[in-house]
Design a protein around this ligand. Structure first.
Ligand SMILES: Cc1ncc(COP(=O)(O)O)c(C=O)c1O
Length: 434
């Protein structure tokens, strides 16, 4: 059972001398030894010690078609030979933009960036520039990247965060300028949102959310909630922004906006749109994007529409669009089967475990509660125990996102699921009594 991690441990010891904290992103910090990946293919990862893992992290979501889908590898290899960076316009970006506008309900114009944080930043700036208003309303527990203006109230200490129905902005890091023009609201609470929007009438440029909240559990909007948020935005002249960095292409070819049937004014995409390459996009209705078209709102970037990333996006989007029945049929079927398998072993083991989410992404929570609706509910779940489960799963060859989030890909097979459910059973039973 016990796997050797000697090579990983050696690398980590050296890394800590040269890389701050030994890791290149805070999301990779761990109390143990970080995963040192040697290679990845399909649903699998291998570490530098030769251990094999069924991977449900998938690069934090991007590998929706599994690691190294052959069509994407081929497109990337062909493009590398024709040029890695142009910082100029090219034909493939026009084709990808056209396909995005056809796939995404709210997309009439797009602009490309490199990573999600940049695209999210562009959306906030555009909303402010377009409306001439300063304030943005964001929900507690929602994540929109790691840049200064947005890194507030993601997973705040509850004793600093104010009352549940009147949350205050809580900074996510030292070194951050004060929360300027930021209004915080609880998720899934329409009465409170209505009151907060009225209190700031005429001042809110945009309401921004993860339409299915995936950075704090996997929490869907309650029935009718997002429709009502859309109406509130219209009534107050505020734009509605969907951050679809996780939900985009994962829940449906047109993202959560297609899955839920609610159309925002602006949305941002990244992660799954390019088979693992780093491409993000800001998409929106023409009348809003015109503020960029006309040069009123600045948007730039050396690597925007970098041709290798765009080649990967073109190959990925072609599959998602043209083979949608097969792709989404597989993602939902596998995700729901895994959720059910995990529920069954938890029930048999007598462990109070909530398994919730749409399927292509879902969350496991240690809680007695029948549902988790918002950040405060999430904060009451046993997160320390989830960290122990993560370590126990890794030892058994299963890699989930440490906070208990699971990403599915079309490469996960029924055999992978059976292996995972068995590993989950063993991991659950190995935990100290809670
Ligand atoms: C919803 C959401 N928005 C924005 C981001 C930031 O994206 P990136 O890490 O590519 O900058 C993330 C990253 O996890 C995300 O989940």
């Amino acid at each position: 059972m016990s796997r050797t991690l000697d090579a990983s441990r050696d690398l980590y010891a050296t890394a800590r001398k040269y890389i701050a904290g030994g890791v290149s992103s805070d999301a990779r910090r761990t109390s143990g030894v970080p995963l040192y990946v040697e290679r990845a293919a399909g649903s699998r990862l291998w570490d530098v010690d030769g251990n094999e893992y069924v991977d449900y992290v998938l690069g934090q979501g991007p590998a929706l078609l599994g690691h190294c889908p052959p069509e994407v590898v081929e497109a990337v290899s062909a493009q590398v030979a024709r040029g890695i960076v142009y910082s100029a316009q090219h034909a493939a970006e026009v084709r990808v933009a056209e396909r995005l506008c056809a796939m995404i309900p709210s997309a009439e114009r797009v602009r490309f960036n490199t990573v999600g944080s940049e695209a999210a930043h562009a959306a906030w700036r555009l909303a402010r520039g377009h409306t001439g208003r300063r304030k943005i309303l964001k929900f507690e527990g929602h994540y929109h990247g790691w840049l200064d203006p947005v890194l507030y109230s993601v997973h705040p200490a509850v004793d600093l965060a104010g009352p549940a129905d009147a949350p205050v902005p809580v900074s996510g890091t030292a070194g951050q300028p004060e929360a300027a023009d930021l209004v915080i609201a609880p998720w899934n609470d329409l009465a409170t949102l209505t009151r907060i929007m009225e209190a700031h009438a005429g001042q809110i440029a945009a309401v921004v959310c993860e339409p299915v909240l995936c950075n704090t559990g996997a929490i869907a909007p309650e029935p009718g909630y997002l429709e009502a948020v859309r109406e509130l935005c219209d009534r107050h002249g505020s734009l509605l922004i969907f951050d679809e960095i996780i939900t985009g292409f994962r829940l449906a070819p047109g993202g959560a906006q297609e899955y839920l049937g609610v159309t925002p004014d602006l949305s941002v995409f990244g992660k799954a749109m390019a088979g693992g390459m780093q491409v993000s996009a800001l998409a929106g209705r023409a009348f809003v994007m015109d503020s960029i078209s006309g040069g009123k709102v600045a948007h730039a970037g050396t690597f925007n529409s970098q041709p290798v990333g765009i080649a990967a996006a073109e190959a990925t989007l072609r599959i998602l669009d043209e083979r949608r029945e097969e792709v989404y049929g597989t993602l939902y079927a596998r995700g729901r089967a895994l959720m059910e398998g995990i529920r069954e072993v938890a029930e048999k083991a007598g462990v109070p475990l909530l398994v919730d989410g749409p399927g292509p992404v879902f969350q496991t929570y240690f809680t007695d509660a029948p549902a988790v609706r918002d950040y405060r509910d999430f904060a009451r779940t046993d997160r320390a125990r989830m960290a122990l489960l993560h370590a126990a799963l890794l030892e058994r060859g299963v890699n989930m996102v440490p906070r208990g989030l699971w990403f599915l890909s079309t490469a996960h097979t029924e055999a992978d699921l059976a292996f995972t459910v068995e590993a989950f059973d063993g991991a659950l039973r190995s935990l100290p009594l809670g």
